[in-house]
Structure formats: C-alpha cells, structure tokens
Design a protein around this ligand. Structure first.
Ligand SMILES: Nc1ncnc2c1ncn2[C@@H]1O[C@H](COP(=O)(O)OP(=O)(O)OP(=O)(O)O)[C@@H](O)[C@H]1O
Length: 248
C-alpha cells in the first residue's frame, strides 16, 4: 500500500448504549475508490458524518493528508480537500444545471454561496461549470432547470457540483440510490475515470457497483471493521459471507 490519504483509528461514537462506531480502524489509499459496506445499521452513515465533521466522535483519531483533523469543523476539512457530496435537497431547483455548478465553482474560488444572483450571470463561472457538466455527460442539460432533470440526472448534478470544488477526497453516500439499472451503469461510468484523480470513499448498497468499482473494501458490522482488503479477498472472507454477503 502506498501512503494512505485517510487514516481512521479507534473511532468510537455512541448513541445512548449503541456503539455506532466501535473502535473503528481503517485506511484509504490515495487515488483509490474505497468501498464501505455493511448491513443496515452497521454505522456507515455515522462514519461518513464523522469524516465530514458533522458528527464529533467520542474517541479515536482521523488523519487526512498528514494532518490530524479530528477536531476540525466541516468547512476546514472541505477547504483542505475533504468533501462530502451534496444532496439533491441542496440543489437550487429553479436554477439551471449550469447555474447550480457555477455556484459550486464560485465556492471553490473562495466566495460564499450567499451571492447567488451574481454567480448566475458571471461568464467566468459559466465556462468551468460547462466543462464539469461535459465530463459528467450533462452538457446537453446545462440550461435546464434542476427541477426538470430526472432523478439520475439530479444525482449526476450533485456530483458535478462537488467535483467543481476540486476535492482531493470525496465522501460519496449511496450515489446510485433510487437509480434505474441504466442510470446506475451511467454513474459507474462517471466514477471509474475519477480513479487516480480523486480519492473516493464509497458507501453503496448495490454490491455490483461496489465490487466493480472499488480497489479496496472495508466491511462494517456493528460499528467495527471486520475486514479491509481488495474485492476478491473480501468476497472470499468467511466472516464477511456469514455476516453480510451470503452467497453474493
Ligand atoms: N442520530 C442518531 N440517534 C440515535 N441512534 C442513531 C443515530 N444515528 C444512527 N444511530 C444508530 O447507530 C447505528 C448505526 O447507524 P448508521 O445510520 O450509521 O448505519 P448505516 O450503516 O448507515 O445504516 P443504513 O445502511 O441503514 O443506512 C444504528 O443502530 C442506528 O440506529
């Protein structure tokens, strides 16, 4: 393994008596797509929330790109390149796809999302926005209002917005949730070329997607990582089969 970009050690988070993260330890290699899988309630969302800074761990450390970020707030982590994907709920429905991405480009340039009106009209923001939309296969939809896009396209737009901020590492929570088979396949085609450019921690219920994309997978059960390894090793692991994958 080359130098990991993210190292999680002993991460622990209780909700009452439930340990949603239980001395969780794993590392993510720079430039890789790293799957985080596990049964319902295993602690995947709780892990993402602690990595993004929305949730404070009760114990343990998080190191990102050589710095201990455990106590950093969300915006400081985002500024350092660790970003979680936006949710559809954060799209501006009346703005076009290009205008939505222009806002994210503007955020990258250090401005706040507050100045909505100027961002919509600034040509220097439109050009990079169109470039990102092009890479995500949304060029033809640039001038459609976000509300008129299909569900799969809205998820692609979310991803376009976060990529426009040029993250070093992306925390992606179920990018294919609610998608048709065709839309999922399109999303995989978008994510695969990001390998080597952006490190991705991928939480995903669709095992076909995870096993096809991930360079390494961590399996969570009851807040603990029971294994981290390449897909073939994880698939063959007896504990994983018993706890989660069955005959997948
Ligand atoms: N805000 C909260 N308050 C109380 N308990 C919580 C809270 N968030 C999560 N939990 C509990 O923590 C455990 C882990 O939940 P989490 O949502 O992280 O799991 P998950 O792996 O993301 O599940 P799923 O696959 O169903 O989304 C569960 O037992 C859940 O009920």
């Amino acid at each position: 393994m080359t130098e990991p970009i993210l190292e999680v050690s002993g991460l622990t988070k209780f909700f009452g008596a439930v340990a949603a993260s239980d001395a969780l330890t794993f590392a993510v290699e720079r430039g890789s797509i790293h799957g985080l899988i596990g049964p319902n309630g295993a602690g995947k969302s709780t892990t993402i929330a602690q990595l993004s800074g929305e949730l404070r761990p009760d114990a343990g450390r998080i190191r990102f790109a050589g710095a201990d970020i455990t106590a950093w707030p969300v915006h400081r982590r985002a500024h350092a390149g660790l970003q979680r994907s936006y949710q559809i709920t954060s799209l501006f429905p009346d703005f076009t796809a290009a205008e939505n991405v222009a806002l994210a480009v503007q955020a990258r340039q250090g401005h706040s999302f507050r100045f909505l009106a100027p961002a919509r009209r600034t040509p220097s923001l439109r050009e990079p926005a169109l470039a990102v939309l092009g890479r995500l296969g949304l060029a033809a939809k640039a001038d459609e209002p976000a509300s008129r896009l299909g569900h799969g396209e809205q998820r692609q737009l979310e991803l376009a917005m976060v990529l426009a901020t040029r993250p070093t590492m992306l925390l992606l929570d179920e990018p294919t949730a609610g998608m048709s088979r065709t839309e999922s396949r399109r999303m995989m085609g978008i994510l695969r070329p990001l390998k080597g450019k952006v490190t991705i921690l991928l939480v995903e219920h669709d095992m076909d997607v995870v096993f096809a994309l991930a360079d390494a997978i961590t399996v969570l059960v009851k807040g603990k990582a029971i294994v981290t390894g390449p897909p073939a090793e994880v698939r063959a692991n007896e504990d994983v089969r018993r706890a989660y994958l069955g005959n997948y």
